[in-house]
Design a binder for this molecule. Structure first.
Ligand code: SF4
Length: 347
């Protein structure tokens, strides 16, 4: 895929390695130059002038026909615990958010797959304003390169859990995974990538065949249809039983454990009864529940459950044999809810 941007240049990060190699031969260069270029793109080179192994003529040529970056940093917030929240600009003036997090097992990037989102979940600031557009694979991959460049640290894990519904941008998502997995570039293992969906059934099944080693996370947030439909419009299109059937299909095909994300909202989905229902819903599945204490979303008037109540909710699940964790609160000193930086930027 050759994506030519507004300035008439080819967006180099949108190409997989085989495509980049083909393009290099099309412009009359040796194939091995593509290998060098691909490596340097993902080592964080911003302009061809940094690629000193290329001749001056080739550097100038690349400068005039290709674009090496797809995102630029607009703003960043740095937490004492090392978490960094970024607001990146993309070429047409839109802004997207990404987060860099430090975990014991390594650095993790949470990236956006769309500018805005059309799914309209009640608790989510990222979806306010609807979908602006799908991001390209290069815009997704470049969020990681830009964070590595800024932190000077290697990122080993990716969660596609920022703004957007990744399965609503399916083709670019697959291309993105191919690009970041390439050993010449970021070389991120498939098993270190997690894609989070609000539950697009047909894609869950398709993804099991297309990317069987990538982890699947489901934004569940409610233990029954009635409540889930109130807080997640996407759930109006199917029954909870169909969603779980798609997850079981994914589990059988991939033998991978599904993560169910459950944002605890005070007085909405955090009672004992909700916990008991959730445990019986997931019983027997190869799964793990990740409880997320929701950040306050002013525009939505929703508050997160207090820590001790979250622990009690977790105990109910645990006592019924459901594997559960409460997401560690990272960056609590920069704890703007996801989507907030973007909203502020829109003014
Ligand atoms: S939670 Fe995810 S799917 Fe739902 S509106 Fe927000 S970004 Fe979209």
């Amino acid at each position: 895929m050759k994506l030519v941007n507004e300035s008439g240049k080819v967006s180099l990060k949108d190409m997989t390695f085989p495509e980049l190699r083909e393009w290099m031969t099309e412009i009359g260069e040796k194939r091995f130059r593509a290998d060098q270029l691909f490596r340097r793109l993902y080592q964080g080179a911003v302009t061809p002038q940094e690629i000193t192994e290329f001749s001056g003529a080739l550097r100038s040529r690349l400068e005039s026909v290709g674009d090496m970056t797809a995102v630029s940093m607009l703003r960043k917030q740095v937490s004492k615990d090392g978490t960094r929240k970024y607001l990146f600009g993309v070429r047409d003036g839109l802004a997207i958010e990404s987060v860099f997090m430090k975990y014991k097992y390594g650095n993790t990037a949470c990236i956006s797959s769309q500018a805005g989102c059309r799914m309209g979940c009640a608790f989510c600031a990222s979806g306010i304003g609807g979908l602006e557009r799908n991001l390209t694979a290069g815009e997704m991959a470049d969020q990681i390169v830009a964070m590595e460049r800024d932190t000077g640290e290697r990122i080993g894990h990716i969660v596609v859990m920022g703004t957007g519904e990744p399965f609503d941008n399916y083709d670019q998502l697959l291309r993105f995974i191919e690009i970041v997995h390439d050993e010449r570039g970021l070389n991120i293992g498939m098993r270190n990538i997690t894609v989070s969906t609000c539950g697009i059934l047909k894609r869950i099944k398709q993804f099991a065949g297309d990317m069987p080693s990538v982890n699947l996370a489901i934004s569940l947030h409610a233990p029954d249809d009635e409540l889930r439909r109130k807080i997640m419009p996407v759930a109006k299109g199917y029954e909870m039983s169909e969603l779980l059937e798609a997850c079981r299909y994914h589990e059988e095909k991939t033998h991978r454990r599904t993560t169910f994300e459950y944002a605890l909202m005070k007085g909405v989905n955090d009672s004992d009864e909700h916990a008991v229902k959730l445990a019986s819903l997931l019983k027997g599945m190869l799964c793990h529940v990740n409880l997320i204490p929701l950040n306050y979303v002013e525009e939505k008037g929703l508050r997160g459950t207090e820590r001790k109540n979250a622990e009690h909710f977790a105990e109910i699940l645990d006592s019924r044999g459901i594997e559960v964790t409460i997401r560690r609160e990272l960056g609590s000193d920069i704890s703007a809810a996801c989507g907030q930086l973007r909203l502020e930027n829109r003014g």
